[in-house]
Design a protein around this ligand. Sequence first.
Ligand code: MF3
Ligand code: CO
Ligand code: CO
Length: 268
Amino acid sequence: MDDPRGRLTRDGIRIHEAADFAGMDAAGRLAAEILDAVADLVEPGVTTEVLDAFIEERVAAAGARSATIGYRGYQHASCISVNHVVCHGIPGPKLLKDGDILNIDVTVIVDGWYGDTSRMYVAGGLSRKAARLIEVTHDALMLGIEAVRPGATFGDIGHAIQAYVEAQRMSVVRDFCGHGLGRVFHAAPNVLHYGRPGTGARLEEGMFFTIEPMVNLGRPETKVLADDWTAVTRDKSLSAQFEHSVGVTADGAQIFTLSPAGRFFPTQ
Ligand code: MF3
Ligand code: CO
Ligand code: CO
């Protein structure tokens, strides 16, 4: 899909125009509102396919489209990743049980713009170690966003996330990354959640991308199950993820997917 407006950097990263921020803001807001609304449904005994059906309905009710339905054969309006599932969990008939932690990831298309966000939810009671994992993952995302400004590099973002997570004796998943987005779902660059300061492409005003660190309590290695989507930790340790879509402004970042209800974290 070609996008006629704006320009590309040498690294193939699109620089959007000032007016494009409003498009991303509307798409990001809808995705965040849907994640706010689904929070009330998360409890032991509910299935992840019920949560997904609710999300699909909300996308349609808003007159928007799901970016994931039909994407490379994926058939659902969300990815729902429970416990040791790292990402791309497929909604299904399994019941949530007390103490489960889950990431719900939604991407919507509003007027051609893509809003992509995910956050953590808890069914019932939360163990101390799961609470700590969720907190560290959230804070890692926000530290990554704090590194966003023109002149910084993508390595600065990855380093901020990795240094913090590893100092908490948790690990950053390497096998999946954030991505450019805008009028397309996945574009350059790959936004790594690890790295060295000063490396990688330089950020410029008008770049739009996601930051979506996945953090494991155990080792960072993952494997994809036979369904070709579900990614799990190899060591079966718990995994968490938070995702925002952001735009680079003159002096920092605009977060397009902020929760209007202030429910991004904590999510119960
Ligand atoms: N929303 C995911 C991301 O953060 C992508 C999901 S693609 C799907 O990039 F097909 F699995 F839904
Ligand atoms: Co994403
Ligand atoms: Co996503």
